[in-house]
Design a protein around this ligand. Structure first.
Ligand code: SAM
Ligand code: 2KA
Ligand code: SF4
Ligand code: MG
Length: 242
């Protein structure tokens, strides 16, 4: 059976970001990314520091681990990474989750396509702004969004851009104005991903959230948008596996 590189499986917890914020969910985090964002809060998935944590698992093994951790107490699984859209074999996990009546969420940056993305119930695509050091290939992103336009009725797709500075804000606007029909989220960037001083971090991030709200409220070009913090970071700081 084909193996999937998994770096962590955790939950149940709440989805802390984006269109499904607050949803009770399990997480499967795959290893490996085609990007290397300067501020990635999950760099251990791709920078070698988490190498010893990576397990090659079959879809059945992942499903068994999800049940061991979550028992009968979950109906939603979020697949993140790294970039899960690098891994074709996730189609097997998606099938097992579907067969068991589990709703699926995916977090990806919109740089790669896989056919199993059609089966995802809540798909968050998060193009990277300039501060990440990455460059979005808009031809690829447009192709992906065009494929998803013909999706079945129950699937929801959203765009989410993390904002650290003014240039990022300009990029976020560009993305929203390019794809005005796709539900759009702005997310506060965490620029202190290493600190263990949670009180200070939360205070700092709430200030940044307030500033981002102020900017968007004053901006006539951004109307039908949602502005969110990373809720899990406000609750648990930079802790991993929550
Ligand atoms: C770790 S990524 C994994 C999925 C995929 N590679 C992606 O970037 O969309 C999950 C989400 O966390 C966001 N993220 C990563 N580092 C962040 C940070 N320092 N502050 C805020 N959001 C961050 C990403 O933009 C993405 O939306
Ligand atoms: N609670 C919680 N919500 C999340 N939403 C997106 C996450 C991610 O790292 O992809 C994440 C995460 O790591 N934890
Ligand atoms: S695309 Fe996602 S996982 Fe990859 S480096 Fe950027 S934030 Fe991290
Ligand atoms: Mg995260």
């Amino acid at each position: 059976m084909s193996k999937i590189p998994v770096i962590e499986i955790f939950g149940p917890t709440i989805q802390g970001e984006g269109m499904v914020i607050g949803q009770k969910t399990m997480f499967v985090r795959t290893a490996g990314c085609d990007y290397s964002c300067s501020w990635c809060d999950s760099a251990f998935t791709w920078d070698g520091s988490g190498k010893s944590l990576i397990k090659q698992m079959t879809a059945e093994e992942i499903w068994n681990e999800l049940k061991r951790l979550g028992g009968n107490g979950f109906s939603f699984v979020t697949i993140s990474g790294g970039n899960p859209a690098l891994i074709r074999h996730l189609e097997h996990l998606v099938r097992i989750l579907k067969e068991n009546g589990i709703q699926i969420g995916v977090e990806t940056q919109g740089s790669r396509w896989q056919d199993w993305l059609y089966e995802v119930d809540q798909l968050t695509i998060s193009p990277k702004p300039p501060s990440s050091g990455m460059k979005t290939d808009f031809t690829v992103l447009t192709e992906i969004l065009e494929k998803l336009e013909n999706r079945k009725g129950s699937q929801q797709v959203s765009l989410k851009v993390v904002v650290f500075d003014e240039k990022d804000y300009g990029f976020a606007k560009e993305v929203h104005l390019r794809y005005p029909g796709v539900p759009f989220f702005l997310q506060v960037g965490n620029d202190d991903i290493a600190t263990t001083d949670q009180k200070k971090l939360v205070h700092h991030l709430l200030k940044k959230y307030e500033a981002l709200i102020d900017t968007v409220m004053a901006d006539e070009e951004l109307k039908n948008v949602k502005v969110l913090p990373q809720l899990h970071t406000l609750v648990w700081g930079n802790k991993r596996g929550v």
